[in-house]
Design a protein around this ligand. Structure first.
Ligand SMILES: C[S@@+](CC[C@H](N)C(=O)[O-])C[C@H]1O[C@@H](n2cnc3c(N)ncnc32)[C@H](O)[C@@H]1O
Length: 285
């Protein structure tokens, strides 16, 4: 049974970093008139109320998006990725208060035009019905309740060839560090033009290294990785917490690397962390 619920972590530092990157990828796809599709295989609830019990209990958003929000004002020095993210938050929160936080499905929907498609998937017994309610009445969205990797195999390649897949597991099941790269490698072979964004946590045990190793060994495509390490906190052995947050992007669009470096540097300054980014792999042509 799955216990992780994203409502407790919405708007935390991991969301900020991942959602800025997602905005850059979607912005690229929306530049051309041709339709695009988005697969969000670990979708969560769609959007979140930061005043609700779950968000208030952990206050994760106070360590993340609150540092960026600053009453919705877009600072002059904000790079494009941050600017897009803040403008989106502003559309969600038209007053000065930051009460609603867009999850990845809501971010995707914000970029979509009439002919674009959003395919959502979520397995949790509480999050799934919430997601269904959030998505109802929008004919561009379909919602599935399957294992995320099973959905990746079953639903791709799509008929609309331009698109992005967000793979954002909770890694409650430790084998995900190896099953994600294995399954993604097969999907990349079937859908060469797809962009795949894979989120991973950086924890004391550094299990993400086996995920990155698996991607390097098994995926024959360009892979860019960026990581935001979080400010040093007292590391409690019983509750080790997140030391950093990472994203591996397969087939990133042109100039995504520079845009993410700029955005990550800015975010790290706001969150008192450190941002690093590099090409994990350049595919053989
Ligand atoms: C980190 S959260 C997703 C957050 C969301 N992508 C966002 O950015 O707003 C991970 C989600 O994956 C769901 N999940 C966990 N294991 C899953 C699985 N095997 N298949 C599908 N969903 C799963 C969890 O219930 C949780 O809602």
């Amino acid at each position: 049974m799955l216990s992780y619920q994203h409502a407790y972590h919405a708007g935390g530092p991991a969301d900020v970093h991942k959602h800025v990157a997602l905005g850059l990828l979607l912005g690229h796809l929306a530049k051309k008139d041709k339709p695009f599709c988005v697969f969000d295989l670990y979708a969560g609830e769609g959007e979140y109320n930061l005043e609700a019990f779950a968000a208030q209990k952990t206050q994760d958003y106070a360590k993340g998006v609150s540092h960026i929000w600053n009453a919705g004002i877009v600072p002059r020095d904000a790079p494009d990725g941050v600017r897009t993210y803040l403008e989106l938050l502003r559309r969600f929160n038209p007053t000065a208060e930051l009460g609603r936080y867009p999850g990845s499905p809501a971010i995707a929907r914000d970029f979509m035009r009439d002919n674009d498609g959003l395919i959502l998937n979520e397995l949790h017994s509480t999050a799934f019905p919430e997601l269904g309610r959030w998505a109802r009445k929008d004919p561009r969205i379909t919602v599935h309740k399957r294992d995320g990797l099973e959905a990746l195999v079953g639903l791709t390649p799509p008929a609309i060839r331009r698109g992005v897949v967000l793979i954002d597991p909770s890694y409650e099941v430790k084998t995900e560090y190896t099953s994600v790269p294995e399954t993604v490698a097969k999907s990349v072979e079937k859908w060469r033009e797809g962009i795949f964004a894979i989120w991973y946590p950086i924890l004391k045990e550094e299990r993400h290294l086996s995920l990155l190793d698996g991607l390097t060994q098994q995926v024959n495509a360009d892979i860019f990785v960026c990581e935001l390490s979080l400010p040093a906190v007292k590391h409690d052995e019983k509750a080790p917490g997140l030391r950093g947050t990472g994203l591996a992007v397969i087939n990133p669009p042109w100039q995504f690397d520079d845009a993410m470096r700029d955005a990550g540097f800015w975010l790290a300054r706001q969150l008192q962390g450190r941002h690093t980014a590099k090409w994990l792999k350049r595919a053989e042509t």
